[in-house]
Design a binder for this molecule. Sequence first.
Ligand code: ITT
Length: 222
Amino acid sequence: MSNTVWFLTGNQGKLAEAEHHLKQIGYSVRQLIVDQELVYEPQAENLVTVAKSKINQALNFIPSDFSDGDMILVEDAGLFVDALHGFPGVYSSFVHSTIGNSGMLRLLSHLNSADPVSSANLRSAHFKAIAALWKSDEVIIGEGICPGHISLEAMEGNGFGYDPIFIPYDLDAELNPLSPGNYGEFSTHGKTFGGVDSEIKQKFSHRTKALIDLFNQMPSAS
Ligand code: ITT
């Protein structure tokens, strides 16, 4: 049985995180490299529609060294800010490449309190990832959510995209998120994903959760 997963993505951060997780469960990941100009991201109202469209497009770019039984992975993620009614959501890519993290911080600058718990509640947000895996004409979908809040300022260093402005909620020992003000077994200690190393982000990550959900549905995993 093949254990090769071809990941259609132009985002090296997403590729590295998927590789990290899938290697641990016995899959090898190869990037399905396609000229990004040729990959169309539909402006759909939900991430599942976007992910399914990317799978259909990927099938037009099967590489010559693709073997029988190989799989194709796509994944679509977004940042959803409660005070902005879920914005940027499905517009996350566009918003990040236009106003960027500093623009997002400006949009939320009026939501601030001297009490850190109130601030976290006012600035609550979550990342959501939808991963879709194609295997022998079947498509399996996995979903992962990471709740937290938008920081008051950017903390650069590691990660990519919105990582410098996103602080995840602490997790209990079973990896369930806790509400603000509760200290859990796993914590970034108030740091954003940009301020912690990637091993720590993986514990909280929407991407890891979506991949776990997806690979749990694989027949061989049951
Ligand atoms: P693809 O080529 O795989 O489509 P993309 O960069 O367009 O890569 P998405 O549409 O999935 O990725 O992501 C939308 C935006 O959200 C984009 O700006 C990403 O950088 C950002 N993003 C996605 N996952 C993230 C994460 O784990 N941490 C921070 N930002 C993230």
